[in-house]
Design a protein around this ligand. Structure first.
Ligand code: UDP
Ligand code: MG
Length: 327
């Protein structure tokens, strides 16, 4: 194997005071092993991105960095930018210092032992390595059903994603540089990374339960994530409207013929119920169509504003040129 390369782990954290110490301890152990095995360089770091937490998360991150700067770095975002933006903020901030970066959630649901295999796959020439869950035994029944429905629905709607892959993935510096060219505001990293291309592969692992604390992704956020993924990645809903419109046209043509026959045969009724029904039906379909079109217009609006997607308030990292405690 060639000289060990530099791995940066990017961990988004939103109100994660309950798990941070444990996550840090386990990752530190993992880094020690990987350094001993000469799989990663001594410059490799674990970077916690504080996504505008309201608890002691940033204080803990700063302490970790102060105690062991050779392991831990921290990025403090100026406000809560959301999971996807926090991951991107981390990746873009560290890309100048690393050869490869792995993004992972803070709650230890992803198996850190998969990191060895991910790094090995990187040395084999893969530019992207997707961490893929092979079981969902530990998720609640409800989470399992909604999450599986999520992937099926996404791909049915034309936004192709790696099945059962969340945001546990390794990317090479080359891929990060390409990712930097994606200027979109509505981030959906799982859809974007496959678009970049390059050689990639999957690494399988069992997903564990959240170590401590509560899920920051309740159903409401999951649904909006799915809607965001679909409308950011496909125009299939627009095509469905067209199809629906066509079917409606056929139905109304048939209804017209039927009404005409009824009229001719002299059995015509007062027509109140059918008129009312069609008004409701057409009104509903129109509203639905307008709603979906509005969804896209809302996105165009957000994109044309070209707002920064995140703001880094502070970056604590020994290897960064701007770090105040660089030794
Ligand atoms: N997270 C974040 N910003 C947010 C919400 C979540 O950075 O606004 C982080 C969170 O700290 C965790 C990861 O995103 O590291 C995934 O969140 P969570 O584990 O709550 O989601 P779930 O696994 O339940 O889908
Ligand atoms: Mg989680």
């Amino acid at each position: 194997m060639q000289a060990a390369e530099t791995l940066y782990m990017v961990i988004p954290c939103y109100n994660e005071e309950a798990v941070l110490h444990e996550t840090a301890a386990r990752l530190r152990q993992k880094y020690t092993d990987l350094r001993e095995k000469q799989m990663i360089s001594p410059e490799s770091r674990i970077v916690f991105v504080n996504d505008g937490s309201k608890d002691r998360t940033w204080e803990i991150i700063s302490e970790l960095h102060a105690q062991a700067p050779e392991f831990f770095s921290g990025i403090n975002l100026a406000h809560n930018a959301g999971h996807q933006n926090a991951v991107l903020a981390g990746l873009m901030t560290v890309k100048a210092q690393c050869d490869m970066a792995i993004s992972m959630d803070a709650d230890l649901q992803d198996d850190i032992n998969a990191i060895d295999e991910m790094v090995a796959k990187y040395y084999e020439g893969n530019q992207v390595v997707y961490g893929v869950r092979n079981a969902r035994d530990t998720d609640t029944f409800f989470k399992k059903i909604t999450a599986e429905g999520f992937y099926k629905f996404m791909s049915a709607m034309g936004a192709d994603v790696v099945y059962n892959h969340a945001d546990f993935r390794l990317m090479s510096r080359r891929v990060l540089e390409e990712l930097a060219n994606f200027r979109e505001v509505n981030l959906f990293l799982r859809g974007m990374v496959p678009l970049i291309g390059f050689q990639s592969c999957n690494v399988y692992y069992a997903r564990a339960e959240r170590f401590a604390g509560e899920s920051k992704y309740p159903l409401k956020k999951m649904l909006s994530f799915a809607v965001n993924g679909i409308t950011s990645f496909s125009t299939k809903p627009l095509k469905l409207i067209t199809a629906l419109g066509f079917i409606m046209f056929l139905v109304s043509a048939a209804a017209f013929v039927w009404a005409f026959i009824v009229k001719l045969t002299g059995h015509s009724v007062d027509g109140w119920s059918s008129t009312l029904c069609s008004i409701w039906l057409i009104g509903g379909v129109q509203l639905l169509a307008l709603g979906i079109i509005g969804e896209y217009i809302g996105k165009i609006y957000a994109e044309v504003k070209q707002r920064p997607r995140y703001i880094v308030a502070e970056y604590l990292d020994q290897n960064a040129p701007s770090d105040p405690d660089k030794s």
